[in-house]
Design a protein around this ligand. Structure first.
Ligand SMILES: [Zn+2]
Length: 340
């Protein structure tokens, strides 16, 4: 692979500035509806569908029951993946207070995770050091002791169980008051699910309600794990001391999946078809990432910068075929010659 040479070291910076100026020209005049409203509409739709999901679970017929599970699984995914992700990047509002508020609601109450550590690991590590070995290299998603088919198709179903356990493990060095708040919010979220399942859906015992909650929370956890590994692992990896300029780091280390109605809605454009744009401009909301995508694509083409795209099925095939190389062995370093 040919990489830019030393003389392009400062060129990387000027290209990033040039692209940022082009993007800003578009985002500058956008209304609140475009900057935040469209994404809030998706989140509100998901939240407002939840009561129908709980009511449908009252049914003893197969189809309404399945529909109830599907609605609750969808609402949970939209809020905890799309909502939490946007909140972690402060993309839900212009206000610091409201971004923090929604991060606690979406990540802790709804997602049973820690807002502090989730934001730190995603924004301060993964985004700041994308594909840098030992920092933002996505190794957090690897479980090398698990065989490929178990990892790709069975283990993700344990995500709802593992999430609060991992959260508790991560909270050890947080201030006591933050730990108390997080544990209270996680408990409140789980209690609310179980209470609704008992009082609205007619479940007889807290245990059956708890198991039902884990089941619908797991509905979309297989594509959730897939998406998290498909878009970085197997691409260029960098050393902490020799990482290229930001625009090249993201161009070589990030991949977009094609548009997909379900994944776009459930996970958000910034995690699916605008992941490259999201890594270049992480504070833009999902809709704004979609809006600036043609600008980034055109700029990359004009300047011969690679723009990684691949289909979901092609990535899945690659991860099945090369599981050992991608998910078990340590990744090989890529040196973008000269641009350190
Ligand atoms: Zn992100």
């Amino acid at each position: 692979m040919e990489f830019p040479g030393e003389e392009q070291s400062s060129e990387g910076e000027s290209r990033m500035q040039e692209l940022a100026a082009l993007v800003q020209k578009t985002t500058h005049n956008c209304s609140w509806w475009e900057r935040h409203g469209i994404d809030w509409a998706v989140l509100a739709l998901a939240l407002s569908a939840a009561p129908a999901g709980f009511l449908l679970l009252r049914s003893e017929s197969f189809l309404p029951l399945c529909l109830g599970f599907l609605i609750l699984g969808t609402a949970h995914t939209v809020v905890t993946v799309k909502g939490s992700h946007l909140a972690s990047h402060s993309s839900l509002s212009e206000s610091k207070f409201w971004n923090k508020f929604w991060a606690v609601v979406f990540m802790e109450v709804c997602g049973s995770f820690t807002a502090e550590k989730g934001t730190f690991q995603h924004v301060k590590l993964h985004h700041a050091y994308t594909n840098v070995i030992g920092l933002g290299d996505s190794s957090i998603w690897k479980a090398p002791f698990v065989p490929r088919y178990i990892y790709l198709f069975i283990l993700p179903l344990a995500v709802p169980v593992l999430t609060p356990i991992v959260a508790i493990g991560l909270m050890r060095d947080l201030p006591v008051m933050t730990v108390i708040r997080t544990l209270s919010m996680i408990t409140l979220g789980m209690w609310a699910h179980c209470w609704l399942l008992i009082s609205v859906s007619g479940f007889q015992s807290p245990l059956s309600a708890f198991l039902c909650m884990l089941l619908y929370k797991a509905i979309f956890s297989i594509p959730y794990i897939h998406v998290n590994i498909f878009q970085h692992i197997g691409l260029a990896m960098f050393s902490p001391t020799k990482k290229p300029k930001r625009i090249y780091q993201m161009a070589h280390g990030v991949l977009n999946l094609p548009r997909n109605v379900l994944l776009d809605w459930f996970f958000g454009h910034s995690l699916i078809n605008c992941h490259v744009e999201h890594h270049l401009f992480p504070t833009l909301s999902d809709h704004m990432c979609l809006k600036v995508k043609p600008i980034v694509l055109k700029y990359f083409k004009q300047h011969d910068i690679p723009y990684n795209e691949d289909t979901y099925l092609s990535r899945l095939r690659l991860f099945i075929d090369k599981y050992e190389e991608l998910m078990v062995r340590a990744p090989l370093l890529t040196e973008l010659v000269g641009i350190q």
